[in-house]
Design a protein around this ligand. Structure first.
Ligand code: SF4
Ligand code: SF4
Length: 137
């Protein structure tokens, strides 16, 4: 718990297997050294090609005081500022939630992106990836 709490304070992304349970792998990633986040940050390959993103950030603008704290957390550079208010690029946000921690007004939440839920466990996740690859040819 100590490592996870530290990671949150440092604005790191808690990366785990993209499954609801039976998690085998976890890592706390930054956008500079993680091969996964860094690839998204470079914008060379579309986010959805690299990662199954099930959630996106939602900002309650009435609650936002424009402090800029969420813009200081930038695992994939999805937040910019316009007239002192945060603007999230929904094409590149990975719904990691790293920006929720420092928000002083709880203006940030995560919203399910669609109906599809992460696989039940890791084996089901790999089976899903295999099927999707087959469909892509
Ligand atoms: S939830 Fe989106 S906007 Fe917030 S830190 Fe993660 S990628 Fe950036
Ligand atoms: S951290 Fe919260 S209050 Fe501050 S700019 Fe971001 S959304 Fe607004």
């Amino acid at each position: 718990m100590f490592i996870l709490a530290n990671g949150e304070t440092e604005g790191l992304v808690h990366m785990v297997d993209n499954a609801q349970g039976g998690i085998n792998h976890t890592c706390n990633c930054c956008g500079c050294y993680c091969w996964n986040l860094e690839l998204i940050k470079r914008r060379k390959i579309p986010r959805d090609t690299l990662m199954a993103v099930h959630y996106l950030r939602r900002t309650e603008m009435d609650a936002c005081i424009g402090c800029g704290a969420c813009g200081d957390i930038y695992p994939v550079d999805a937040v910019t500022k316009q007239d002192d208010l945060p603007v999230v690029d929904q094409d590149w946000c990975i719904g990691c939630g790293a920006c929720t921690g420092p928000c002083p007004t709880d203006a940030i939440s995560l919203e399910a992106r669609g109906q599809e839920k992460p696989a039940q466990d890791v084996n089901t996740m790999f089976e899903r990836i295999r099927r999707e690859r087959e469909l892509l040819g």
